[in-house]
Ligand binder design. Structure first.
Ligand SMILES: [Zn+2]
Length: 332
């Protein structure tokens, strides 16, 4: 039986790239790089969703597995993120999910990992090393929190059943399994029969579950810094929730937002734009910053919009800042 303890949301960096691309001028020199990065992230996320689907629709397993998707933990100074972690009282299964088209090859002599498709051969960071690093960090983390050294089994999962996987290494010499997502139910059954010594009591398992959930840290990175984009390059205005173009205008009469391009009306279009601000510029906003970003003239209107969201605030009067959570409730 698979029980999801932490589900997978849309990754923060994917939301950031989407907001960034929508708010970069057409002629901006970084647009192409951002577009490519967004394409890669979207494909990675699609692959992870495929794995989630296979796990949730597989026939019930004998054992109880607790699932954690996209969990990010800190061990000493280093954070590590695991695509999917399955926990039982007998062992932990750690999965790194890859979405590749074409043929991938693991070379045991040079340790190179390459992908061949119609664009030719390309080399990528080796997923075996990635997953090995995660395993080492997870083991150190468990040890640090005084859990017994329960077995950790690492797997590299290719989400697409079209990916051809090749290697020149003998199967018995492979310490880490590499497989297609559709083979996962079979692999889990194999793991269940092989690892049958209980390492954790039910109480220890519950405290490990809480610890994993409480220690998860969402990655918060400054997206503009990473791509060396100046905040002044970010286009301001409210994005139309129907046609995605900028500069919706607030009608003085109806108080609704109206799109000058497609005529769409919206009461809450500013909420998604405030979320863009949180993703790209700052997780908190002042009244004057909101007026600038949403292109609203009136201080009272901006105040009304911000207070109606019932956000947590910091500071008072002139220094008041509204904290913008992600996702922002009510964003369309
Ligand atoms: Zn529109």
């Amino acid at each position: 039986m698979i029980q999801v303890k932490k589900s997978r949301g849309i990754p923060r960096n994917l939301l950031q790239l989407e907001a960034l691309l929508a708010r970069l001028p057409e002629a901006h020199p970084k647009r192409e790089e951002i577009r490519e990065e967004l394409f890669k992230r979207r494909s990675g996320y699609r692959g992870e969703r495929t794995l989630d689907f296979i796990l949730t629709t597989m026939p019930p397993t004998e054992r109880r597995w607790h699932t954690f998707h996209d969990i990010r933990l800190q061990q000493k100074r280093y954070a590590f993120q695991i695509d999917t972690l399955l926990l039982s009282i007998h062992c932990i299964v750690l999965m790194e999910v890859k979405n590749f088209s074409g043929e991938v090859h693991f070379d045991s002599g040079s340790y190179q990992f390459t992908r061949t498709n119609n664009k030719g051969v390309q080399r990528f960071s080796n997923p075996l090393f990635q997953v090995q690093r995660q395993q080492t960090q997870l083991e150190a983390w468990l040890d640090y929190h005084n859990f017994p050294p329960l077995p950790v089994i690492s797997i590299v999962v290719f989400s697409s059943s079209h990916t051809i996987i090749t290697t020149n290494q003998a199967a018995h010499a492979q310490a880490i399994s590499v497989l297609h997502a559709e083979a996962l139910p079979e692999k889990l059954r194999e793991i269940e029969s092989k690892f049958n010594k209980p390492w954790l009591s039910t109480n220890q398992a519950s405290s490990l579950i809480s610890l994993l959930l409480n220690n998860h840290q969402e990655l918060s990175s400054n997206c503009l810094k990473r791509y060396q984009i100046h905040p002044a390059d970010i286009l301001t205005g409210v994005t139309c929730t129907a046609c995605q173009r900028l500069k919706m205008q607030k009608s003085l009469k109806s108080k609704n937002w109206r799109c000058p391009h497609c005529g769409h009306h919206s009461k809450n279009a500013h909420i998604a734009s405030l979320q863009d601000y949180a993703l790209l510029i700052d997780p908190s906003i002042s009244n004057s910053e909101a007026r600038h970003f949403l292109e609203v003239d009136s201080q009272a209107t901006a105040r009304r919009m911000l207070t109606s969201l019932q956000l947590k605030v910091e500071g008072s009067y002139k220094n008041r800042r509204y904290l913008l959570p992600i996702p922002l409730p009510g964003a369309e």
